[in-house]
Design a protein around this ligand. Structure first.
Ligand SMILES: Cc1ncc(COP(=O)(O)O)c(C=O)c1O
Length: 328
């Protein structure tokens, strides 16, 4: 076999072969490299010398659009700003501009229900590591046909799913707080889960305290009906987890929960809990089998069901957390 030399026209065809089948889910992409939005998936590319690609030197966010409104956008933008601050990345635009570009890109896609990923990269340059080399940082937005709810099979929510303890080294505290484009350790957590035929891998910190899953947070309900979630030391501050802890207050008022506690959680406490919950952005997935043991009754419990209901209402009706997309 000899390597072919390709022309521009062979690469950017209408349905390029290099896009994996099924990856036509991409509706619109903004790129600060190009200075605008493309809707042709063949053009949704980034340069290989983007530090985000060559060094993982970038940050990202993912969120959901529900019925034409972005859910919890400000929390995601705040975390983007915080990730940038921790790794000393000067974002290419101020936050108001980032918000505007994001909303306009979604509007161009026309999608009322979709997922959105934002990326901020250190910039283009020389394939080296020195973050002072790139002249300017970059920003990308990609709008995906699949929103949060499409990422997980519906029966995971209704029937519950399985998890195993992952043995991947945990991240240092400051790094766990960065939603970094270098998710190699997170990917290995997922790999360990898949190899053990489980949906999620559960990460513990060096002291043996519950941390998180590859791209989700974990909370438990103790036998005493206390909603417990880990301290933020070795995990990402999930927007879903923070909102869940707020929504859970309603369940303490109604007596469905006896309390809410952010605390260190040992593996034994997880084994002994009455409910184990996976939380991400606005979805609650009950984990009913963990390390081969049955959790609680082996069926989704009342707190996961109630939190799912509260999230469903929050995601569709709570105007305080819904940002309208300016469709024309
Ligand atoms: C490592 C990690 N932990 C937790 C979460 C959950 O965060 P959120 O609820 O904001 O989606 C994510 C989400 O992407 C993540 O990547």
């Amino acid at each position: 076999m000899s390597v072919r030399i390709l022309s521009r026209n062979e690469i950017f065809t209408e349905a390029p072969e290099w896009r994996e089948p099924g990856r036509w889910n991409y509706l619109a992409m903004y790129s600060s490299v190009f200075g605008g939005v493309v809707t042709d998936p063949a053009l949704m590319v980034i340069p290989l010398d983007d530090r985000m690609a060559s060094r993982g030197d970038g940050i990202f966010e993912f969120f959901d659009v529900v019925n034409g409104y972005v859910y919890n956008l400000d929390a995601h933008l705040t975390r983007l700003g915080r990730s940038a601050e921790i790794i000393s990345l000067d974002l290419p635009f101020d936050m108001a501009t980032i918000k505007q570009i994001t909303l306009e890109t979604i509007a161009i896609s026309g999608a009322k229900v979709c997922g959105v990923r934002l990326f901020a990269s250190r910039g283009l340059g020389d394939f080296g590591c020195d973050p002072t080399v790139p002249k300017k940082s970059l920003f990308y937005v990609i709008v995906l046909k699949t929103g949060l709810m499409g990422l997980f099979p519906p029966d995971m929510v209704t029937e519950g799913t399985s998890a195993v303890t992952a043995h991947v080294p945990s991240k240092p505290s400051f790094y766990a707080q960065v939603k970094s484009c270098c998710y190699l350790l997170n990917a290995l957590v997922d790999l360990e889960a898949r190899r053990n035929k489980a949906a999620f891998g559960i990460w513990y910190d060096q002291e043996g305290h519950l941390a998180e899953s590859a791209t989700e947070n974990i909370a438990i309900v103790s036998q005493e009906k206390v909603f417990k979630y880990p301290r933020f030391e070795h995990m990402l501050k999930g927007t879903g987890l923070i909102r869940a802890a707020e929504l859970a207050k309603e369940l303490t008022k109604s007596g469905e929960l006896n309390g809410i506690s952010q605390t260190n959680i040992s593996q034994q406490e997880v084994y002994d809990c009455s409910e184990m919950l996976m939380l991400s952005s606005g979805i609650v997935i009950p984990i009913v089998k963990y390390d081969g043991r049955t959790i609680g009754t082996g069926k989704p419990g009342p707190v996961s069901r109630r939190l799912s209901e509260l999230f469903q209402k929050d995601r569709t009706e709570n105007r305080e957390f819904l940002t309208p997309v300016p469709y024309s």
